[in-house]
Design a protein around this ligand. Structure first.
Ligand code: NAD
Length: 361
């Protein structure tokens, strides 16, 4: 007998425009729809040329380009950006780039209430969530606030043509992680689960094509479509052990965001599998496999992604600390999270063992 349906579902007030070339052809219209005439464009230093093209398209409706976004939004960087927005009399913000640039746009929106338009250039998914993050004294604080949810998201596959293959692969698997955890989230619901399954299917099919031909606009479009769906799942549900563990590994040990998600995901899914059979079935369908953790690890390996936390620079002595920190926090997860359990899966991920094998002999 199946379990009776029991869920809540809330649509978020976000608008999405998806089209090759949209960063320059659609952003001005999105800004105009919001009645904005003095937007500040924010980006990271590497994304400045792209952001300037967007600013040029905005013409007189853009008051400046602030190219100072950094990973995990250090609080001083946010303070400075808010100051610049105020000095220039900005009435809105357009964030162009990956999760770091969009994170800076969110920090401005959080402090000033200015509306945000996001033009993402990676698959991280921040543009679809009301989650903000700020880093101070080495610790990252996060929270949810509808004020930071972009009013409009402009997806332009052409922007992602230059995303290097290694980052495309890890960023894509980072997106898969959002969908995977949405499938077993306590606030999962049927529509979000459909988006999760389709997001995984689209992204997993697109990544090998992107790796083989990074300039293939159709493959890039399919990957970005998957990223949108996976990002929407992230925005709609509460994440579990995987995201918490990656947050600890990134925040406390400075491991790179997308690569850490890529290494850890198969091990967390192996850990949670017995407690989340429905999620694993959906992932099996999407990936066309009966062994989800192994298939994900093979996907990453075939596409040249890192295979172990040791490769990412974690030290063996860090494992116990990371396990204790992860187990000490409270968050929903289908299987009970214990320090020993996390240590087992972390050890396997550190060594790069087969995710189905027992973590220690
Ligand atoms: P990122 O924005 O730091 O980008 C990674 C690197 O790729 C940067 O050097 C950037 O300049 C470069 N890059 C970005 N787009 C490019 C392109 N198209 N071509 C060439 N280079 C490009 O990293 P990310 O993985 O996109 O985002 C990670 C950050 O976002 C983390 O801080 C994470 O915590 C945050 N995040 C937040 C949420 C949320 O809901 N708040 C969701 C996901 C991620």
């Amino acid at each position: 007998m199946s379990t009776p349906l029991d869920f809540s579902y809330e649509t978020r007030p976000a608008r999405v425009v998806f089209r090759p070339g949209a960063s320059v052809t659609a952003t001005p219209g999105e800004v105009a729809r919001l009645g904005l005439h003095r937007v500040l464009v924010v980006c990271g230093s590497r994304g400045e040329a792209t952001a300037r093209a967007v600013a040029d398209a905005l013409g007189g409706d853009c008051v400046g380009v602030h190219a100072e976004a950094l990973m995990h939004v250090p609080v001083e960087v946010a303070d400075r950006a808010v100051e610049v927005a105020r000095e220039l009399g900005a009435d809105g913000c357009v964030a162009v780039g990956g999760g770091s640039a969009i994170g800076l746009g969110k920090a401005i929106a959080l402090r000033t209430g200015l509306p945000l338009v996001a033009v993402p250039s990676t698959y991280a998914g921040s543009e679809m969530t009301s989650v903000w993050g700020l880093t101070e004294h080495g610790a990252k604080r996060t929270g949810r606030n509808l004020a930071v949810l972009p009013r409009s998201v402009v997806y332009d596959p052409e922007l992602t043509l230059g995303l290097p293959v290694p980052l495309s692969v890890t960023s894509g698997i980072n997106a898969l992680a959002h969908a995977a955890e949405a499938l077993y989230a306590p606030d999962a619901s049927p529509l979000v689960s459909l988006m999760a399954e389709e997001g995984v299917r689209a992204m997993a099919a697109a990544l090998p094509r992107v790796a083989a031909a990074p300039g293939d606009l159709d493959a890039r479009g399919r990957a970005l479509y998957g990223a949108w769906l996976c990002g929407a799942c992230l925005g709609a549900t509460t994440m579990g052990l995987h995201h918490k563990l990656c947050h600890v590994l990134g925040g406390t040990f400075g491991l790179p965001h997308a690569a850490t998600h890529t290494v850890v995901l198969p091990y967390v899914l192996a850990y949670n599998a017995s407690a989340a059979p429905g999620a694993l079935t959906a992932l099996s369908r999407a990936l066309g496999t009966d062994d989800v953790p192994r298939a994900l690890r093979e996907l990453a390996a075939t596409l040249g992604a890192p295979q172990s936390l040791a490769e990412l620079g974690l030290k063996e002595a860090d494992l116990t600390v990371a396990a204790a920190q992860t187990a000490a926090q409270s968050y929903p997860n289908p299987r009970e999270v214990t320090a020993n359990g996390v240590l087992g899966l972390l050890t396997a991920a550190y060594e790069g063992w087969d995710p189905r094998s027992e973590p220690s002999p």
